[in-house]
Design a protein around this ligand. Structure first.
Ligand SMILES: *Cc1c(COP(=O)(O)O)cnc(C)c1O
Length: 418
């Protein structure tokens, strides 16, 4: 048994994360894994380095592929997601890029939710230049996903709660469909985080998390992760290279992501960043409970306010996927969007805010706000924005962990002023 492990493994989310480091041997019995900055590791015996390169033994080779500090973070994310293994990357986008480039080939097709993080959408469009086809569909409806399946479809990619309009994908229905059709199901869990939702419960094969957002929470670090759940049968995935069909079939996909993705494309997470993310992750559950209840309070307040036209938040009963969100997610999430009444200038509202910060990030400990049409969705143009239901008066709010009363007061005074 590992040091300090609860034999029955009935521990809760936070207990597992904060004791994760010390359950593997650490020099001086420190409680945290130290930051190892060395990019190379010495082998006393030549045979040993050969065994590591040939995959016969595990070991550290070169800092682009692996470091002990990053491995400690990967262990924590695997625990959070109840997965099999995790590989970290320099950003969430690097994680997504590595997955798609290492697993898909020219002539393949995949299905993606149309309600997608802007840069993911942009990258998927770039893939079409390399002969990989993508269909964007309304993923709140599994029938739309089903209708898009072609003989060359390899994977389905969805987000849990979409940003900025907060659509909740039919995560369970799509999981069942992917299982039945033997498609690789990739779920980007960034907005919910593994505390609110574990995509393994809806049969995801791979899980993406941007570590830059609520998993770290402090907004001081970028990172991304891919977690293998062990549910997808890689033996039937045509794109696995013979070299990587080694050992347990459940690990084939991740081996290819590590080699063709991380090693060859080089989107490596630095050990210092891995350490900073791990510190943030210790309090993920506490922060998510607080930001979720704050967000629900803000959503209810705004929904009742005469200057607010519309509130998009899955925690409100008026949201089309309210029941789905309630049954799937442990708690309400930090993300909501509000549309102000016509005639009110959303810039005036934003400029009047004193506590809420005007900025682009989300999942921060601080509450952040951004006008959507003029910034993150500006590049898409009017027509695409209209088709996505994004008006010029829409503001995305990423609710933080401030005291609820202070947040409500700030929003109230800004709405009164504008
Ligand atoms: C931010 C974000 C990403 C990209 O993460 P980075 O770490 O910023 O590269 C991917 N997916 C979602 C849903 C995000 O919110």
């Amino acid at each position: 048994m590992e040091k300090g492990t609860n034999k029955e493994n009935t521990e809760g989310f936070t207990t597992q994360i904060i004791h994760s480091d010390r359950r593997k041997p650490i020099e001086h019995d420190s409680l945290h894994r130290p930051i190892h900055t060395s990019i190379t590791y010495e082998y006393a015996e030549a045979r040993d380095i050969a065994d590591v390169f040939q995959g016969k033994a595990s070991g550290y080779t070169y800092g682009r592929q692996v470091s002990p500090t990053t491995s400690a973070l990967e262990d924590k994310i695997t625990l959070m997601e109840n997965g099999l293994s995790t590989t970290c990357f320099s950003t969430g986008m690097a994680a997504i890029t590595a997955v798609m480039l290492s697993l898909l080939r020219q002539g393949d097709h995949f299905i993606s939710s149309a309600y997608l993080f802007g840069n993911t959408n942009s990258f998927f469009n770039t893939l079409t230049n390399f002969g990989i086809e993508v269909s964007f569909v309304d993923a709140t409806d599994v029938q739309q996903v089903k209708a898009a399946i072609r003989p060359n479809t390899k994977a389905v990619f969805v987000e849990t709660i979409a940003n900025p309009c907060t659509q909740v994908a039919d995560l369970e229905g799509i999981g069942a469909l992917c299982e039945q059709q033997n498609l690789l199901y990739i779920v980007d869990n960034t907005i919910t985080s593994p505390f609110l939702f574990q995509p393994k419960t809806v049969k995801a094969g791979l899980i993406i998390n941007s570590l830059s957002k609520c998993i770290s929470g402090h907004g001081n670090v970028l990172g991304g992760a891919v977690t293998e759940t062990g549910l997808y049968d890689w033996s039937s995935f045509e794109n696995i290279y013979d070299d990587y069909k080694k050992g347990d079939v459940a690990n084939w996909g991740m081996l290819q992501i590590k080699k063709k993705g991380l090693r060859d494309t080089g989107g490596t997470l630095s050990p210092k960043a891995a350490h900073d993310i791990g510190i943030g992750a210790e309090t993920l559950a506490l922060r998510q409970e607080r930001s979720g209840s704050n967000a629900l309070a803000v959503a209810r307040y705004c929904n009742a306010h005469p200057r607010v036209k519309r509130v998009l938040y899955p925690g409100l009963e008026i949201h089309p996927e309210f029941a789905r969100a309630k049954s799937l997610f442990r708690n309400s999430s930090f993300l909501l969007s509000v549309e102000l009444e016509d005639g009110i200038d959303c810039f005036d509202f934003l400029n009047a805010l004193k506590i809420v910060v005007i900025t682009s990030n989300l999942g921060d400990n601080r509450t952040l706000a951004i006008p959507v049409a003029q910034t993150i969705f500006y590049e898409m143009g009017v027509a695409r924005r209209e088709s996505m239901g994004i008006s010029d008066n829409m503001i995305r709010l990423s609710i933080g962990i401030e005291d609820e009363r202070d947040l409500l007061n700030d929003i109230e005074q800004a709405l009164t002023k504008c």
